[in-house]
Ligand binder design. Structure first.
Ligand code: SAH
Length: 472
């Protein structure tokens, strides 16, 4: 270990910052956040420092550096753009035994400043020992994504009830189990969704009633898993799938997204395969109710967004009727994901002022839609579940007045390495698709915006599957 990590209490401590530019001002803010009394020594300071000074939060001494300025300092930071001044500061601080940091000059430092994730009172500090500050920042960014914003409030809540819990549960093992349940369970979720007073009430109730045997009610999280690329998950979706007891998922959820599910979670496949559903909807609804009643935290993971052609509404309707707590986490719907990765803006000032999402699902061999409403100038139409009905869809659109030369695209497995995009017009697309042996899932986009792909196509998956068929 090159550096020994510690956290300093700087409240009401005198700290000196030498230098008054941008870099210095960032250090000043951090020190102020930690409750330090900051004095800035510099002939001139930037507007941020000026504001802090006029708000009475920091002091400014408009002088060149002299060693005497360091008297009484707990900590010194040098952030001038003059290397010789920085060296003088470092020498003077060392001579007086004051910890000193010189920005970007590790050899002049007696301590270095980590990249931090601030969820006060939770602070995560990352250091590469000066080897690569950029790498430290990247690690920090990953942690930022992993640690929900509410962790600080969660820590405060735990702190508030620490003594009470200690009184109530005498055995350390009991206490540990209690806190594990609280900090990962429903109470934590209430904090993460900003329902702090409900969290306090639930925690109080749990302290009074917890007998270690009762099985509390679980919770269902209806989560949108996005169109396939795991990087398109929301932070919240990732957080929930990594702590669920059970994950009930659909066919559309990509393998790459499933890979992110907590290793020891139970996975239940409830996928629908066009007309023969593996689990009838009613059974899925009942399964969720049963799991929640058994105290499980269940992620009901769906492709795309759960409220767009996802039957999400029906599933939580049953839960609501049974009084089971649930949350809904939106996902990137196939239309957004496929359009973005195909380089087809769904709206565009020159071509399309509205976009409609419709289902092209074939029922009794036909597609029942309000064709008149769909055939409008300057409108993009996105068909979900339209592959089998493609010929009918194109025919009806033409029949209801749309020009046969209107551009249309079919996106296969959008956002995934196997993405393929077939482009034609209302007249030609069915035959192009017929010849190309496409694989589900597929999305159809109709409208003038499709032509923009010629210029805006940016996603070039390196998969061999992308090589066949008539590409655009
Ligand atoms: N809730 C989902 C849609 C469910 S309906 C969402 O918001 O995206 C299923 C249909 O979505 C499929 O038939 C297909 O038309 C479309 N779809 C979902 N993921 C897709 C993908 N990666 N590529 C192309 N189409 C997709």
């Amino acid at each position: 270990m090159d550096y020994f990590p510690i956290f300093l209490d700087l409240k009401n401590r005198h700290c000196s910052v030498i230098g008054g530019g941008e870099v210095a001002s960032r250090r000043v803010s951090l020190l102020m956040d930690a409750g330090a009394e900051v004095t800035v020594f510099a002939p001139t300071v930037n507007s941020t420092i000026q504001r802090a000074v006029s708000d009475g939060k920091a002091r400014h001494v408009a002088e060149e550096f002299i060693p005497e300025q360091l008297a009484g300092s707990t900590l010194v930071i040098a952030a001038t753009d003059d290397p010789s001044v920085n060296r003088q500061v470092s020498d003077a601080a060392r001579l007086r035994g004051i910890p000193v940091n010189v920005v970007d000059q590790p050899d002049l430092c007696t301590f270095i400043m980590p990249s931090i994730v601030d969820r006060s009172p939770v602070i995560i500090a990352v250091s590469t020992g000066g080897a690569s500050p950029v790498l430290a920042r990247q690690i920090r960014a990953r942690l930022e994504a992993l640690i929900p914003a509410g962790y600080g409030r969660l820590a405060n809540l735990a702190n508030r009830f620490r003594d009470t819990v200690k009184q109530r549960f005498k055995q350390p093992a009991q206490r540990r189990r209690f806190w594990e349940q609280v900090l990962q369970g429903r109470i934590a979720e209430l904090v993460h969704t900003g329902q702090d007073s409900a969290a306090v009430a639930a925690l109080q109730k749990k302290i009074e009633s917890d007998d270690h045997n009762s099985s509390p009610l679980g919770e269902i999280y209806l989560v949108g898993g996005g169109p396939g690329d795991p990087d398109l998950l929301t932070f919240r979706a990732l957080h929930l799938i990594q702590q669920a007891d059970v994950v009930v998922y659909d066919r559309l959820v990509s393998a790459a997204v499933l890979d992110l599910v907590r290793r020891d979670a139970v996975r239940i496949y409830a996928g629908k395969e066009r007309d023969h559903h593996v689990l009838p909807q009613e059974d899925i609804n009942q399964l969720l109710v049963r799991l929640a009643k058994a105290g499980k935290r269940v992620v009901r993971l769906k492709g795309g967004d759960p409220f767009i052609f996802g039957r999400g509404g029906e599933e939580i309707d049953t839960l609501a009727a049974e009084g089971i707590p649930f949350q809904v986490v939106p996902g990137i719907t196939a239309a957004s994901g496929c359009a973005a990765y195909a380089g087809i803006p769904l709206t565009h000032r020159d071509y399309s002022q509205s976009v409609v999402f419709v289902t092209g699902h074939l029922k009794d061999g036909t597609v029942n839609l309000n064709w008149k409403a769909l055939v409008q100038p300057n409108q993009t139409i996105v068909f979900y579940m339209g592959l089998l009905g493609l010929t009918t869809i194109c025919r009806e659109l033409i029949h209801h007045g749309m020009s046969p030369s209107t551009k249309a695209a079919l996106v296969q497995q959008g956002t995934l390495p196997n993405q393929r995009v077939l482009v034609g017009n209302l007249e030609t697309l069915p035959a192009i698709v017929e010849a190309a042996e496409v694989k589900a899932p597929t999305l159809i986009i109709v409208g003038e915006v499709v032509q923009l792909r010629e210029r805006l196509n940016w996603f070039a998956p390196a998969s061999p599957g992308a090589a066949s068929g008539k590409e655009s």
